[in-house]
Design a protein around this ligand. Sequence first.
Ligand code: GLU
Length: 553
Amino acid sequence: MSDFIKLADLLLPNIDKEPEFYENKYPRRDLKDGARVTRVAPSPTGYLHLGTLFVSLVNRLVADSTGGIFFTRIEDTDKKREVEGGIADIIGGIKRFGIAIDEGYIESDVESGSYGPYKQSERAEIYQCYAKSLIKQGLAYPCFCTEEDLAKAREKQEAQKIRTGYHGEWAKHRDITYEEAKALIDEGKPFVVRLRSPGNEENKVIFEDGIKGKIEMPENDEDFVILKSDGIPTYHFAHAVDDHLMGTTHVIRGDEWISSTPKHLQLFKLLGFKAPKYVHVSPIMKLDNGAKRKISKRKDPEAAVHFFAEQGYPTESVIEYLMTIAASDFEDWRRTNPTADYKTFKFNIKKMSSSGALFDTDKLNDVSKTVISKMSSDEVILRLFDWSKEFDKEFYDILSADKDYAKAVFSIDRDVPKPRKDIIKWSDAKQYSEYLFDSLFVPNFQLPEKINKADAVTILSEYKKVYDETQDNQAWFETIKSICPAANFATDTKEYKANPEKYAGSPGDASTLIRIAITGRTNTPDLCSIMKLLGRERAIKRIDAAIAYYKAN
Ligand code: GLU
């Protein structure tokens, strides 16, 4: 028996399967020509991040554009950093945003598909089998260096201005013999398994990235760790084994992985696997003191997808916005297809920007306003109930007290050919509608410039006399004109503009006085609809309160 085989049995005695076992267990996928298999592989070390949502969307689009498959895999090899509820938040979030998952974790606790388990912590034997095979071929070996040994080596390298890392003559255990390893294991010394890299820093590795084009980097010559001392793989090794066995054709991931790609290509080669196509997505950026930086979980609230739910951005708005980042031709398409499902847009990965897009709140808000304006009032009220139930209990209770009334409030200027674009997110809805609910209404008696209190009292008192809630807009404005002379307001706007010094105000000023008295605002949706909704009694009460205020102050 060769020393390598003896070494492999010594290091991984419990592994009795050969890679062929898994190659047969997970046969190659039977796909139509050109179908792409993509995946998102989140680590549950936190909650759903905007970047993960974005990468999931891109993966889904690429699979869809070719009739392929998009699956999820949970990369939970770092148990120390795992957060409780992380998987549920990430998988649940991806689905909530309408990104369908074909395979893998389709729910936080449901796996589907023939290539599982789809959670790395349940695949330890598979990785160990492939690692054992590399050891048998002399392509991997045990390393017994402690953290201190490695730190010392690093210090020396730094002092000598040598590239740090476990490579070349610095790869201390690269030529360890079976006997040496056995003696250390008998002493109970822990070890990791490292790749015996055949690479040379002087050589170039070239690959064609799906977004960034041709990338040229030095070959990997580092004997990097493939199995940690607890037998759990590093990301690099798990990536190669999993994406091979799971039949991933396109690895679409964050571009922070570009620097590791030479390692990955080397692994695929040494393991005898066909390498996938790599597609590195640029991160979403923020401007920070004039400098662009990657959006950060620590610094930016919008980095956590939960922020959008809390603020009450519809999931469609966030996706629609992310589409504008994903595809430079999406906005043009949207203009010509204003109501089409974004999923019918022909996505082309080549149109993705190779530098990071700036997160643009104004644009998101703009997109979201349009998305909400296109919703029916039924939809709006349904969403608003859902959102407020979770995030604004006070408002939820107010809305629930009279559901028909609440629905009527959010029907104003909606369900019409040109709906009003006013609500950006559900958390705006309260402020937007507060004057329509007595418990939220805050009177405001600020007069338009030039209009005095006495005239305001006259106009409002006259208006009370002719108040008619059944009037339409046009009839209403005629009524306003008819009361203007009582306070020496012009009855004609043009006439007022021509002779401003002659009049105390215009019909526009009179209507503003009335609007402020009834709603507390100078700008609202259609006042006639508002008055109908409030009903005579409430409207008159508010007018009376305004009259009393102007008289007293
Ligand atoms: N678990 C890795 C991450 O969260 C996955 C990267 C990949 O898609 O391969 O960054």
